[in-house]
Design a protein around this ligand. Sequence first.
Ligand SMILES: C[S@@+](CC[C@H](N)C(=O)[O-])C[C@H]1O[C@@H](n2cnc3c(N)ncnc32)[C@H](O)[C@@H]1O
Length: 312
Amino acid sequence: MPENALADLARAVAAAGYSFVTPTPATHARVNARPGNAWARDLRDVLGWSRPFLPEILPPGLFALMQAAGILRAHGPGWCSALRLSTLDGLMFFHSAYPTNAADAVYFGPDTYRFARAIQAALEHRQGPVLRVVDIGCGAGPGAILAARLRPEAEVIAVDINPAALALTRVNAALAGTSVSACISDLLADIPGEFDLIVSNPPYLVDQAARAYRHGGGPLGAELSLRIVATACERLAPGGTLLLYTGAVMVDGQDPFHAAAIAIVKAAGLAWTYEEIDPDVFGEELTDGPYGNADRIAAVVLAVTRTDHNTR
Ligand SMILES: C[S@@+](CC[C@H](N)C(=O)[O-])C[C@H]1O[C@@H](n2cnc3c(N)ncnc32)[C@H](O)[C@@H]1O
């Protein structure tokens, strides 16, 4: 991936006053399906809404920059961008274009924005040093990049099993002016040592296509989230915290993810807090399939801390 060309493109786009907040795929589909939205009329339509376009609708020079960045795909009489560009807190993040059907699609979306808020709130209130951070399942890198921006003194590592995600994390970290090491690893299997902060927004749904960004494994999608809890219990430094943003499937008024996760945390003797931050996400999943008997899917944040009193 021509990383410098992507950075040049992002800077030119920023200079044109660009901003775009990525909605859910369902919203994206509805908005793009409106009359008159089949083809792009401006830059946001091209790099945000992933609509096909003719080069003449772009500001001067941008088509050449997209060409140099290698993100143009032929589409009928025009072109499409292979990447989207979203904004979060004044930062730019390249990620995969809509629709994210490919097995190696790089996710960025509404969960990312909630995850980002959780990281910001946790670091605002945190006392004690944060010298080593890892973002597990970094995707386009927002968790690692925000942590690096808020704690520039920390060594920040971003891990993912998807090489395309790591490539975009490197580009996005450079764009944000942050220092982040992006490494391939299944959770922390290839990353040694302990961490003061582990953040993660892993896949938490059951995805029939088993796409890495979406498929959490297990009957209701919680398998990977539970593996992250168990891994963090092993790898938190004294005073260290895991901040896990994930989805919890509620069944018959119960929260089986909560029960399983807290059992792991209690067995390790660590402290925890658990908060439902959105009671109802991905409601469109509830019609049938694995969630046919679920009440709802909640977005939750589990924070696990190895306090000074916890022993190993
Ligand atoms: C829902 S996306 C979230 C991306 C990013 N954290 C965000 O908030 O936008 C989940 C990410 O976890 C990665 N992932 C899935 N299984 C993994 C594993 N076993 N180890 C590391 N990363 C994994 C996926 O490739 C994907 O990039």
